[in-house]
Ligand binder design. Structure first.
Ligand SMILES: [Zn+2]
Length: 345
C-alpha cells in the first residue's frame, strides 16, 4: 500500500481509488521569490523561457517538497495567444493583461484560433518546458499544467465590463466567446498531454459566483465543460476562485475529475456535496495562512483539511510569491504528521 510513487498516489487520488495518504501539492501557481533565489530562475523571465520555467517549477517539488511539478506561473498564455496585450510583470508580480481585443460585439467575429496555435510564442514555451520537466524528473512525479478555461478566455478577450454585460444581455455573443475558449483549450490541453503532462487544471474563476450569477452556471457553463472534458485526453481538473459554494454541485457534474476550491468554501460541506463524483482538492488559504501564519497554525489548518475530506491537500489558490519556503515545508510535513498522529503510518 505504501509503495506508490508520487505519481501513482496522485493519479489514484484523482480517480477516487484508495491511497495510503493524500498527496500534498499545489495545482495552482507555485513560483515564490525564495524558490527563485534557491534555483536561480527568476520572474519575469521564468514566465517566458522554457528552461527557467522548468527549473522554477521543479524547485517547488525538489526544494519545498510539494508532490507534483506544476506550471506555468500565470494565466496569460492563452490570453496573449488570442490577441490580448500582456505586461510581463516583475520578480513578484505575475504577467497581467493591459488591453483586450473585443471592445464591441462586432469584434468577436474577428477573434480566431491561430492555425499554428501550438507554435505560438507562449504555448511553445510551455510545451518546451514540459519536455524539459519530463526529462529532468522522470516518470514518478506527477506533472500538472494550468491553463485558463472558456469563461476566463471570454473574460480576458472581451474585458470585465463586456463579459459581465454580454453574459446577461447578449448571450449569443457570450456563447460564441465560450466556444472559442473551448476550442482553444481542447487543442492546447491535448498537446500538453501528448508532451507528457499528467493533469491539466482549467482555471475558470470567471464562471464562478463572483462574476457569473449562479443560476447561469448550469445552462451556460456545464454544457461547455462537458464538451471540453469529453475531448481532453488526460486527467482534467477545474479550479474556481472565490466562494463557489452555490455551484459546487453543478461543478461536480461537469466532467472534471478533480475540483480545486478556495478556502472560502467549507471543505467538509464541499466533500459531502461532491461525494464520489470528483476529487476535492484544497483548500488552505495561500494568502492568510501559508504566507503569514506560524508553521504551527499552517499545520493545524492543513490537518483539518484532510480531516474534512479533501482527496488532495493543496493551497486553495495560487501560492503568494513572498511565501517562505519553510512554510511550504511545514504544509507538506503536516500531511505526514496527520497520519502519524492517527496511527495510520
Ligand atoms: Zn484561485
Amino acid at each position: 500500500m505504501d509503495n506508490f510513487t508520487l505519481k501513482e498516489r496522485f493519479v489514484r487520488s484523482i480517480k477516487g481509488k484508495k491511497v495510503d495518504k493524500v498527496p500534498v501539492c499545489s495545482v495552482t501557481q507555485t513560483g515564490t521569490v525564495e524558490l527563485m533565489e534557491a534555483c536561480g530562475a527568476f520572474w519575469p523571465q521564468a514566465n517566458y523561457d522554457a528552461e527557467k520555467m522548468a527549473t522554477l517549477a521543479i524547485a517547488s517539488h525538489e526544494i519545498a517538497g510539494l508532490e507534483a511539478v506544476r506550471y506555468p506561473f500565470c494565466t496569460t498564455v492563452l490570453a496573449e495567444t488570442l490577441g490580448c496585450s500582456i505586461a510581463e510583470g516583475s520578480l513578484d508580480v505575475q504577467p497581467y493583461e493591459t488591453d483586450f481585443p473585443c471592445k464591441k460585439k462586432e469584434d468577436v467575429k474577428k477573434i480566431s484560433i491561430p492555425e499554428d496555435l501550438l507554435e505560438s510564442r507562449r504555448i511553445e514555451t510551455i510545451l518546451d518546458a514540459t519536455d524539459i520537466v519530463k526529462e529532468r524528473i522522470g516518470d514518478d512525479v506527477p506533472v500538472v499544467a494550468g491553463m485558463i478555461g472558456p469563461a476566463a478566455t471570454a473574460f480576458y478577450v472581451a474585458g470585465a465590463k463586456n463579459y459581465l454585460m454580454w453574459s446577461i444581455t447578449a448571450t449569443d455573443i457570450f456563447q460564441e466567446l465560450l466556444a472559442i475558449g473551448e476550442a482553444v483549450c481542447t487543442e492546447y490541453a491535448n498537446a500538453l498531454f501528448e508532451h507528457g503532462v499528467d493533469a491539466v487544471i482549467v482555471i475558470d474563476s470567471e464562471a464562478g459566483p463572483d462574476l457569473l450569477p449562479p443560476p447561469l452556471f448550469e445552462p451556460m457553463m456545464v454544457p461547455v465543460y462537458r464538451s471540453l472534458t469529453d475531448k481532453m485526453k488526460g486527467l482534467k481538473l477545474l479550479h474556481i476562485c472565490g466562494d463557489s459554494t452555490d455551484v459546487i454541485d453543478q461543478m461536480a457534474d461537469s466532467g472534471f475529475q478533480g475540483l480545486s476550491l478556495e478556502e472560502k468554501v467549507d471543505a467538509r460541506y464541499a466533500s459531502e456535496v461532491i461525494g464520489d463524483r470528483a476529487c476535492l482538492i484544497g483548500n488552505v488559504s495561500p494568502a492568510s495562512t501559508l504566507l503569514t501564519k506560524s508553521q504551527e497554525n499552517i499545520k493545524k489548518e492543513a490537518k483539518q483539511c484532510i480531516e474534512d475530506g479533501v482527496g488532495i491537500l493543496a493551497p486553495g489558490c495560487g501560492i503568494a510569491p513572498r511565501t517562505p519556503t519553510d512554510n511550504l515545508k511545514a504544509f507538506v510535513a503536516a500531511r505526514d504528521e496527520y497520519y502519524i498522529e492517527k496511527g495510520l503510518l
